[in-house]
Every structure is written in structure tokens, then in C-alpha cells.
Ligand binder design. Sequence first.
Ligand SMILES: *Cc1c(COP(=O)(O)O)cnc(C)c1O
Length: 392
Amino acid sequence: MKVNHHALELEQNYLFSEVAKRIRAFQAAHPGRELLKLSIGDVTRPLAKIITDEMKAAAEDMSHAETFHGYGAEQGEPFLREAIAGYYQKRGIAVDPADVFISDGAKCDLGNLCDLFDADNTVLLPDPVYPVYYDTNIMAGRRVIFARGTKENGFLPMPDADVHADIIYLCSPNNPTGAVYTKEQLAAWFAYAKENGALILFDAAYEAYIRDPELPHSIFEIDGAERCAIEINSLSKTAGFTGVRCGWTVVPRTLQFDGASLHDMWFRRMATKYNGTAYIIQRAAAKVFTEEGLRAVHGDIDYYMENARIIKAALTKAGIHSVGGGNAPYVWMECPGGADSWTYFDYLLNSFGIAGTPGAGFGAAGQGWLRFSSFGTRETVTKAAEYLAALI
Ligand SMILES: *Cc1c(COP(=O)(O)O)cnc(C)c1O
């Protein structure tokens, strides 16, 4: 038996375990000192009652023969796919319910989509970015190259016409930087993808956090993108579903690569290796897209975004440069004095009890930066902001 040697090429998941280790050391050294955790990459607000009530009603349905549901439709329940298409339609984006696939989350879809692509492809990733794109492609043995985010480009790297790529990942709003591409910038990526015969995988997990009405929420806002892009989204950050698990992927039937339909391939892949998202969860997910559901989840998003505003305002007051925060639940801070990410992480932790996440853990271009998440409580954020505003 031989193992997949590419799986052994993965680096140990060092970032979050190292952050946790240093936090434990801080707490052991300073018993009773308050920890101000701005390193949380998970939502903290409970589910809206309207959502859990729907789960209960769906669970009740499962207990009666007349309303019981066994295996569901392969692509997901039609009522949920229609609700998602309706959500896009509100922004004037045409997505056909027949192109929507329901899943148990965006991370799984991002990893599973790798089944559709040959190992002999060059993958272009933004740096810094969500580590899942890198790890899943390393496991599949693909070449990975980077488009580097910098202070100068506002952590919104643009394509280089001299570099060829076959698969391009974009994450907008970006995790960890909170930077969001404009429509013109996405159009430039689209033109580059067309020129290269490349596929764009667009991760829109944070689109619900966008405040600026000019910024695009979907790659399908770009004319023609239905011929070169797949969009991945999830209710994890939009509706607090990180522990509930429900995502979706739009694979247009117009996508043709290498003589094959990616839609048909994805359908076959899902039918082969997935047996559907729980009916109860799909019911709850559909509730999110109702008027009352959206009102409820936007209340929580507003809460997180006010946290982001408070963190950003504190940094601005201290004269520290940062990116993000206005249209994403992350503020990306430049470490003052040219400090490296881990040195500044230690300084904030040991001096003020503030935990961020070192930017270097999200890619080489993150060195010298720190990510603050706005998923904490208002109390924690307000206390941390007092210290941050006084940084020199
Ligand atoms: C949190 C997150 C997701 C969501 O993943 P799920 O598996 O749906 O919970 C997707 N992409 C990015 C960039 C994220 O940060």
C-alpha cells in the first residue's frame, strides 16, 4: 500500500495551534489577567430564533409518515435552490436554480472541487489567503503560484499578463485582509481568465458583510463570468451556520473546459460521493433567505461590523495603517515599526492581553501584518480598542 505522498507535503497546521499555545502560556504566566480575544475565526452570536424554530418544525415533520423525508434530491432541495437563486435575483444577478448545488459547507466544496481537475494544472492563489486553497491543491499534486498582496496594492493583487495560470482562486471579501475587489478589478481577472483559458473559483463567504453599494457580491456580476467561473458560498458567516453546516456552489451549465461540462462532472461527483445535506438543515437554510430571516441575520452582521468599525477606528486614532474592516469582519493591521507578525503578536498579548492572528500564517505576503477578527463580544472589542488606540 502506497500513501498519497502529496498529502505528506502539507505543513503542520501551525498557525492556530501556535496561537492557542502562546495564549495558554500567557494565561499561565498571568493568572486572572483578562484575555481580549480578537483572534476568533468563528461566529459567536447564537442562531436567530426564527431559524431554530424552523429546525424544530422540520424535525417535527420528520416524525410523521406523511411529512417524513429520506434521501433528498441530489443537488439539494428545490425550495432551497430556488431561495438561493432568489437571493441573487434581489441584486439583479441571474443564477438558475438548476445551477445551484447544496452542500454541508464551503470548505468541503472547495476541497471536493479538486476532484474535477487534472493534477497537471497551474493554480494561482492570492497571498495572503484562506489556507484551504493551498492545502487542497498541494494534496492533489498541483503547481501553485501566487499573486502577492502588498500595502501598495491594498492587498488586492491583480493578474500579471506574463504569468500563465489554469485555475484561479479569488476570495472577496478576503480572509484574512478584509479587502474587497471592485467590479473593474473582477472584470480584469475575468479578462485574464479568458485569455488563459482558465477557471475562476470565487469564494464569496463574506459577501453579506459588504456595506459599500458599489462593491460586487458575486463573480456573476461580471458579464460572461458564467462561462469561466464557479462560485462557492456558505451560511457559516452569513447566518451563524458554522456548527450547523450548509453551503452552496453555483456551477453554471455554460461552463465548458477541455470538452467537458463542469456542471455535469460536479453533478456526477456529488451523486457519487455525497448523499445530501440534512433536510432539517436545508429547511433552516431556506428560512434565512426569507424577509424575516434576512432581517434577523443582518442584525448579527451589523453587530460584528460595528465591532470591526471600533477596532479600525482605534487603529486609525493610533496612526496605525490597516486594511479591511469596512466591508468585512476582519481588520488587517500593519505591525508598527516594521515588526514581524509573531513579534508583534507577542507584544500585544503580553502587554495588553490582546490576541490577534499573525498575518504570516496566511502566506508569505502576510509577514509584518496582523489580523483582528470582529467576531468577539462588544465588551471585549471595546476594551481591546482602548489599548489599541493608545499604541505608539
Ligand atoms: C469561514 C470561511 C468559509 C466557510 O467555510 P464553511 O465550510 O462553509 O464553514 C469559506 N471561505 C472562507 C474564506 C472562510 O473564511
